[in-house]
Design a protein around this ligand. Structure first.
Ligand SMILES: NC(=O)c1ccc[n+]([C@@H]2O[C@H](COP(=O)([O-])OP(=O)(O)OC[C@H]3O[C@@H](n4cnc5c(N)ncnc54)[C@H](OP(=O)(O)O)[C@@H]3O)[C@@H](O)[C@H]2O)c1
Length: 256
């Protein structure tokens, strides 16, 4: 399905690029429908313009005038600045879509007045079009608005509609979830090295950076550390390796 709206991306980072690539690959949007801005990284904006053929600007008034759907793809701590920058240009004809963790619809509505707001919580798997995205509508958003957001995010994976009160839990499970699995893989790499594997080979399995300092994922990872995940994985690998040696020295016994 195509979305026949113009879309403005505020934020041109990992999430914006993954979503842009996904919607173009799925044929949901054409590059001519999209205008992208960021804060100060000229090189990145120029690279996106070249690679994806999208329009770019640093003029938020122009972006707001040219776009019907505004995707807020900035870090939560940048949201207050962004909301005050676009506040004067936001109208009831804009649909505001925020992917920022932990910023309630109500906080966005307070700054943007008449604009309907939908929050979306995708995850890092957006980049490989295998995201699980939960979406939740604010006070002024109706079924037509949710349908637009659903179509956009279905271009990068599965979408479910939830009440906004569930979004923090969604963030903890699916937004940060892939990082927990990577941590498990990393713990396996450490343990594998301890069991005699070359570090380089093991490292190739865990090359991705998935957390921001102070973010929700980092908080979850700290809890996994405190809960002893690494030590438990190390014990599992050590025990499995020992069992393998036992089996080698007693091949006639039934493996368990
Ligand atoms: N990455 C994920 O997998 C993921 C998953 C779920 C949710 N999210 C959410 O998605 C949001 C973006 O994450 P990300 O990983 O894409 O972050 P990112 O790569 O750091 O990108 C953030 C973008 O925001 C821009 N920005 C900051 N302040 C701005 C301003 N005042 N005006 C315009 N642009 C501004 C930055 O511009 P400059 O580069 O010029 O500073 C940058 O382009 C976050 O809220 C995060 O919680 C991300």
């Amino acid at each position: 399905m195509q979305v026949d709206r113009t879309i403005g991306f505020i934020g041109a980072g990992n999430m914006a690029e993954a979503l842009l690539r996904g919607v173009f690959a799925a044929g949901v949007l054409r590059p001519t429908q999209c205008t992208v801005t960021n804060k100060s990284n000229d090189k990145r904006l120029a690279r996106l313009a070249r690679a994806l053929a999208v329009r770019t600007t640093r003029d938020k008034a122009r972006l707001m005038a040219e776009s019907e759907v505004i995707i807020l793809a900035v870090k939560p701590h940048d949201m207050p600045a962004v909301l005050s920058e676009i506040g004067p240009y936001a109208t009831a004809r804009h649909l505001i879509v925020s992917v920022a963790a932990g910023v309630p619809c109500e906080a966005i509505e307070r700054c943007l007045g008449a604009s309907p707001v939908v929050r979306a919580m995708p995850n890092t798997s957006t980049a490989v079009r295998a995201s699980a995205t939960a979406i939740a509508s604010g006070r002024l958003a109706g079924p037509d608005h949710l349908a637009i957001v659903r179509t956009l995010f279905e271009a990068v994976g599965w979408v479910g509609v939830v009440p906004e009160s569930m979004l923090d839990a969604v963030t903890a499970v699916s937004g940060s979830g892939p990082a927990y699995i990577y941590m498990l893989a990393e713990a396996l790499v450490d343990s594998g090295e301890q069991a005699g594997l070359p570090r380089d080979l093991a490292r190739a399995l865990v090359g991705e950076r998935v957390t921001s300092p102070g973010g929700t994922t980092m908080a979850g990872l700290e809890a996994l550390e405190q809960g002893g995940l690494r030590a438990a994985v190390r014990a599992a690998v050590t025990r499995a390796a020992r069992r393998a040696r036992e089996l080698r020295s007693a091949p006639a016994r039934t493996p368990r």
